[in-house]
Design a protein around this ligand. Structure first.
Ligand SMILES: Cc1cc2nc3c(=O)[nH]c(=O)nc-3n(C[C@H](O)[C@H](O)[C@H](O)COP(=O)(O)OP(=O)(O)OC[C@H]3O[C@@H](n4cnc5c(N)ncnc54)[C@H](O)[C@@H]3O)c2cc1C
Length: 441
């Protein structure tokens, strides 16, 4: 039997009278919102700008960011804080286009005061992400941009007049002269950023490099003793080294032990590098738990203490520096050394084994927790395919790209939002300048 014909479902927010627009921005995350604000503010009156997003609720990532406080940016932002297949100079130019002080000033203009914390991270003084999101949404409204939620874009193609025809799920297609693609990457896919934007970019002539989760917790081998110490934080220096033992990348900072493996700033920051350097495979990750001492200094400390306090236990010495649970598990479970053993009875072999464990503790990483737990995506549309000054596509006239969709990812600390603010602003200003002969600020 032939299937019942289905009624055509029109989107509740679609409006057939406004389906031809000047500028369509796809993706209302940090980059898309910023692009919308600057496009709306700079384009001449009457320019029709719409901001489309597939999500029902806008700004999921802004709300969740920084533990609900939104780490808007960092006090000091340099090109060295970013990675990806692009030159330092390109990133530097883009960061320079909208400095941290200009960013702070911009947010002040939206009534969002930022405060600097000891780590250098900048947060809203309200300690609430909601302040940031509400201010951005208010600003797009004031800039005259129409926000359309629940508008999942399925396809973007050119028509015979070279305009963009945007196919939207359950809604009339939208025709636009110019398009800004700000669909993010694949991190936190439930938020709506599931990587589909890469398909849209490919359809418009771009390529996409290999992508993988970055700023992501790392999974250790099953039954690794560290996974029983969930909740313990250690200050470490992590080293990623290649098959010859050569250090490829180092990252200092706090590392948090979890039931699956390791997380916290140091582990998350180094995560994207674990897939780098394929020519050096197999690579291994180790933690130095005493970054302020060399192996020999540590060894000498043990010898000195054994002389001074021969009856004290080995674990009592470790407990002066590390949490008790960690000190006991390191000796007992990892090294098989009695933690009540007096220092005077510690033989040379065991002493060296402890020093090795404290300066180069093996972290047998078997994978990561995937995009669901990642804060950002490594890889994306190569920066060589966009004009640095305008974010305009070099392969598709009238198209602009900004934010995480590009092959640039930053460290933890507000750097990824700064990238979104900078690139979104550039794209918004550039697209608006196409409608005006007036010089843009
Ligand atoms: C848990 C978490 C915490 C974070 N904390 C911080 C932090 O404190 N500081 C910091 O600097 N960075 C942080 N980040 C990273 C930061 O959120 C991102 O780098 C940034 O949001 C990227 O902005 P974007 O606009 O490029 O992409 P996104 O924010 O991912 O926005 C893309 C938007 O496009 C929409 N979209 C995607 N595909 C389509 C489609 N086909 N049709 C219509 N719409 C579509 C999505 O719904 C989404 O709204 C965090 C990330 C996560 C996951």
């Amino acid at each position: 039997m032939a299937p019942e014909p289905q009624p055509i479902r029109h989107h509740p927010l679609s409006n057939t009278s406004s389906d031809i627009v000047d500028i369509a921005i796809i993706g209302a995350g940090a980059a898309g919102l910023m692009a919308a604000i600057f496009a709306g503010r700079s384009a001449p009156p009457g320019t029709k700008i719409v901001l489309l997003d597939g999500a029902k609720k806008i700004g999921a990532k802004i709300l969740i960011a920084g533990g609900g406080r939104c780490n808007v940016t960092h006090d000091v932002v340099n090109s060295a804080d970013y990675f990806g297949g692009t030159s330092n100079n390109t990133v530097k130019k883009i960061l320079k286009s909208f400095s941290v002080s200009e960013t702070t000033e911009f947010f002040r203009g939206l009534d969002v005061e930022l405060k600097r914390e000891d780590t250098g991270k900048l947060f809203p003084t309200t300690d609430s992400s909601r302040t940031v999101l509400d201010a951005l949404l208010k600003a797009i409204h004031h800039a005259g941009v129409e926000l359309r939620k629940e508008c999942r874009v399925l396809k973007v193609q050119r028509d015979e007049s070279n305009r963009f025809v945007i196919q939207i799920d359950h809604a009339m297609p939208l025709v636009a002269d110019r398009v800004i693609l700000a669909t993010g990457g694949k991190a936190l896919p439930d938020s709506g950023s599931d990587g589909f934007g890469y398909n849209l970019a490919k359809h418009l002539g771009h390529t996409v490099t290999e992508t993988w989760p970055a700023l992501v917790p790392l999974v250790l081998q099953d039954n690794n003793w560290l996974t029983t110490l969930s909740g313990i934080t250690l200050d470490v220096e992590l080293t990623l080294s290649g098959k010859t033992g050569k250090a490829l990348y180092r990252q200092a900072g706090p590392m948090l032990l979890a039931h699956f493996g390791i997380t916290g700033p140091a582990a998350m920051d180094i995560s994207r590098h674990l897939r780098d350097y394929p020519e050096h495979a197999p690579r291994k990750l180790t933690a130095n738990l005493c970054p302020d001492m060399t192996f020999d200094e540590l060894d000498q400390t043990f010898l000195d203490l054994a002389k001074k306090h021969p009856t004290r236990s080995v674990s009592s010495m470790l407990k002066r520096r590390f949490p008790e649970r960690f000190a006991e598990a390191l000796l007992d479970r990892h090294l098989g050394i009695d933690f009540d053993l007096p220092l005077a009875h510690l033989n040379k072999e065991d002493r060296k084994a402890i020093c090795h464990a404290l300066t180069a503790l093996p972290l047998p990483v078997v994978g990561d927790r995937g995009y669901k737990f990642a804060e950002v995506t490594a890889g994306g549309v190569p920066m060589t395919q966009v004009q640095t000054a305008t974010m305009a596509s070099k392969t598709c006239d009238g198209l602009y790209l900004c934010g995480e969709i590009l092959d640039v990812d930053g460290r933890i600390g507000g750097y990824n939002f700064q990238w979104a603010w900078c690139t979104g602003r550039l794209a918004g200003l550039a697209v608006a300048s196409q409608y005006s002969t007036e010089p843009q600020q």
